[in-house]
Design a protein around this ligand. Structure first.
Ligand SMILES: O=C(CO)[C@H](O)[C@H](O)COP(=O)(O)O
Length: 222
């Protein structure tokens, strides 16, 4: 994969996880990261609402703060039908990119995060909408538990999600597999294959990554 390596400023804040167990569960870590991210949300913001089991905690928290009156005039742009349904059921006002082409902030999970804050996303099946929303926000805060950290993208050993059009998708799959066989480094070249819609590498997009681990929360800023 062709990935540039811009400088990163690391700022770490270590806080003990607020849980009832000695060792927090993975879902508790996801919740801790999500709640921390929602501290970036201010009244009046247009917010990209991510998809997945981590992002769902952020949506819950935003709704909770809205109902408590601690946040006002929030507009959410959901990155999937599932998130749209969750946000609607919780009473979060929603809109879309046509009406709000620039977002103040987006909060979403990731499948892998490398040391340069490049991501693999989309194993939850929503990468196109996620990339559209998260490529047009002023701040993109990514929330993960520490199992998502990798030295290099692809390091988890799981496949990179690629969205293709349904028409003759096996043909497109074969061409993609051949491309990966020929080259070890492929990036936007994937997009030039007819039939490919988008890939799950989110390069140079995250501005902050919040990592919740057993020893506390770490924030990495670009
Ligand atoms: O990219 C995604 C959905 O398309 C998710 O953010 C990613 O799969 C992480 O999911 P989870 O928070 O459930 O671990």
């Amino acid at each position: 994969m062709a990935i540039s390596s811009p400088p990163i400023h690391f700022i770490s804040t270590i806080e003990p996880p607020q849980t009832s167990h000695l060792l927090p569960t993975q879902d508790e870590l996801k919740k801790i990261a999500a709640y921390k991210a929602v501290e970036f949300v201010e009244s009046g913001m247009v917010i990209g609402l991510g998809t997945g089991s981590t992002a769902t905690h952020a949506v819950d928290r935003i709704a909770e703060l809205l109902h408590q009156g601690k946040l006002k005039n929030i507009v959410g742009i959901p990155t999937s039908k599932k998130t749209q349904e969750q946000a609607l059921s919780l009473g979060i006002p929603l809109s879309d990119l046509d009406k709000h082409p620039i977002l103040d902030l987006a909060i979403d999970g990731a499948d892998e995060v490398d040391p340069y804050l490049n991501l693999i996303k989309g194993r939850g099946g929503s990468l196109l909408r996620e990339k559209m929303v998260e490529s047009t926000c002023k701040k993109f805060v990514v929330i993960v538990d520490e199992t998502k950290l990798v030295k290099n993208l692809g390091g988890s050993g799981d496949a990179v999600p690629i969205e293709v059009v349904p028409f003759c998708w096996k043909f497109t799959e074969t061409r993609l597999r051949n491309l990966f066989e020929e080259k070890f480094e492929v990036g936007d070249e994937i997009l030039r294959l007819p039939g490919v819609v988008e890939h799950g590498m989110f390069l140079n997009m995250a501005t902050t990554v919040i990592v919740a681990g057993e020893l506390g929360v770490t924030m990495k800023h670009k």
